[in-house]
Design a protein around this ligand. Structure first.
Ligand SMILES: [Zn+2]
Length: 122
């Protein structure tokens, strides 16, 4: 696995940083292979979590940058797996592992605390 510098994934790219190959969120296969390459996929017998091992925010959610914006790993992983997240809905982790993006561990629910979440583009 290729280690990438993760410290600046959620902020502006510093001057002089070579551009990474851009990732299109519309290309679901590319998103899934990008996420898989940066995760530990546990067998079902061991909990079955697909655990993001790159940058996580202090809130514990995995983040990556695509199309110039920070993205939640679990939200984009779910959408790339064929899931749909309606406006105003949030994605809850049934497994309580916030770094996990296994679609079968995720549940789309209404926001219980409106306004308290970071307004990341979906
Ligand atoms: Zn999980």
């Amino acid at each position: 696995m290729t280690k990438i510098a993760s410290a600046n994934l959620h902020t502006e790219i510093p001057e002089g940083t070579p551009m990474r190959k851009s990732l299109s969120l519309a290309d679901h296969e590319a998103v899934l292979s990008y996420l898989r390459a940066r995760s530990v996929l546990w067998p079902d017998a061991e909990g079955g979590c697909w655990e993001w091992v790159q940058y996580c925010e202090r809130d514990g959610y995995g983040r990556f940058t695509a199309e110039g914006k920070p993205r939640y790993v679990h939200r984009e992983g779910l959408k790339a797996s064929g899931g749909f997240i309606p406006d105003g809905m949030t994605v809850d982790h049934l497994c309580r592992n916030r770094a996990c993006w296994n679609p079968s561990h995720l549940d789309v629910v209404s926001r219980e605390e409106p306004g308290t979440r970071i307004g990341l583009a979906s």
